[in-house]
Design a protein around this ligand. Structure first.
Ligand SMILES: [Fe+2]
Length: 398
């Protein structure tokens, strides 16, 4: 907690300061159940250690807000620019992503001191009444919230590799809910508009708002559940190439996929590794940790297809369950018509990743509030499984 906050300062900057400190503190609370060792290890090249997330989100404010806009700011440690730059070419060279787990130094205590240093400097800057920084601060806060979800994704992957199957948090009592019957919502299609327009923060890739032509379609009323996905497995889904895209079938064979990530069959029953450790499979829970390839294969097996992102955005308000798991779409992650990357290094935030990835819509239980909105475009390569990705089906109506 910042000294300024604890001193109870009340100025016009307060609302911005409280929001800033709340989000920074929220990140640190997510890390608390993890030991220093948990926070240091990198479980795979795509995942990052929690300690790196804690430092990188801090680096973002130091690099893009404090250095250019706080004349008296003292850089905490000049070597951190190299260590904690993620992918910004305009900022300079950086430590290779697959080797983030090699950073035993700086230690966790130094990274937490870095966080306090930057948080305090940011609070001082916000308290100075400088409103010109607001758009950058808002971007930095949404960036930090994206990393909050990444912390949970990456920690889950790490803990899943421990044979003791440790829990990040205690288990929620098992639900005795029954599956909501799957229904279909019909949409006429036609000329629709999608994308962000108007007030409120969004990432640059959510706009401009533009027109899209849709043929009549239907969306499933909810995401598919584990019981339904189990039927695909039991029908030989992972042994039958006719359901799979070619690159997906290669993954099945080369990586030995037989079920979603974190599913285990112990000879008697299916279990699923969760943030609360290994749990019995809940057939009613939305299926999660499937790749885009698995989602597409399931849809083909079911005689349906995945929604396009314009269909998803058009129908999102009429269906249930949006926000429980990210929902794979059949749409490649590309720029909307009229998209322009922002000027400067920050233009690298989204635009340069618009190749070889698919869009996911919605949000999940690990997504911070404010990140679940109809225009939000998440994106991952179609073979990625460690995000909380699930399946909603669509179909053509003619
Ligand atoms: Fe980042």
């Amino acid at each position: 907690m910042s000294n300024l906050i604890t001193r109870g300062v009340r100025t016009p900057g307060d609302t911005r300061i409280v929001r800033f400190v709340d989000i920074r503190t929220g990140t640190e609370q997510l890390a608390e159940p993890l030991s220093a060792e948990d926070q240091t290890v990198q479980s795979m090249p795509d995942a990052s250690p929690t300690k790196w997330h804690l430092a990188h989100t801090t680096w973002f404010f130091e690099t893009f807000v404090l250095r250019p806009h706080a004349p008296d700011y003292r850089v905490f440690d000049p070597t951190y620019e190299y260590l904690f730059n993620s992918y910004y070419e305009a900022v300079g060279p950086r430590h290779p992503r697959p080797q983030r787990g090699m950073l035993t130094r700086p230690g966790l205590a130094e990274v937490m001191a870095y966080r306090r240093h930057v948080t305090d400097a940011m609070v001082t800057l916000l308290d100075s009444g400088n409103n010109a920084i607001d758009p950058l601060v808002e971007l930095g806060l949404h960036h930090e919230q994206q990393h909050q979800e990444l912390i949970l994704m990456d920690a889950k992957h790490l803990l899943s590799l421990n044979p003791l199957k440790p829990a990040y948090r205690s288990a929620v009592p098992a639900s005795d809910a029954v599956a909501t019957p799957l229904a279909w919502r019909d949409f006429e299609g036609g000329l629709v508009e999608i994308g962000h327009d108007g007030p409120g923060f969004t990432f640059d890739n959510e706009g401009p708002r533009h027109r899209v032509w849709l043929e009549p379609f239907a969306l499933a009323s909810r995401p598919m559940n584990c019981g339904e996905y189990l039927a695909f497995i039991e029908d030989g889904g992972y042994r039958r190439p006719e359901f799979w895209l070619s690159a997906g079938w290669d993954c099945v064979n080369q990586r030995g996929w037989t079920a979603p990530l974190y599913w285990e069959h112990d000879g008697g029953a299916w279990k699923v590794f969760t943030l609360s450790g290994l749990q019995p499979l809940d057939p009613v829970a939305p299926v999660c940790h499937v790749s885009g390839f698995e989602a597409a294969a399931f849809a083909k097996w079911a005689g349906k297809r995945l929604p396009r992102e314009a269909e998803w955005e058009t129908g999102a308000s009429a269906v249930q369950g949006a926000g429980t798991v990210w929902e794979w779409t059949a749409s490649p992650y590309v720029a909307y018509p009229g998209y322009r990357e922002p000027e400067g290094a920050i233009g690298e935030y989204n635009g340069k990743f618009m190749a070889n990835q698919m869009v996911l819509r919605g949000g999940c239980s690990a997504t911070p509030s404010g990140h679940v909105r109809p225009t939000y475009r998440n994106f991952f390569p179609p073979d990625a499984r460690w995000m909380f990705g699930g399946i909603r089906l669509a179909e053509d109506l003619r």
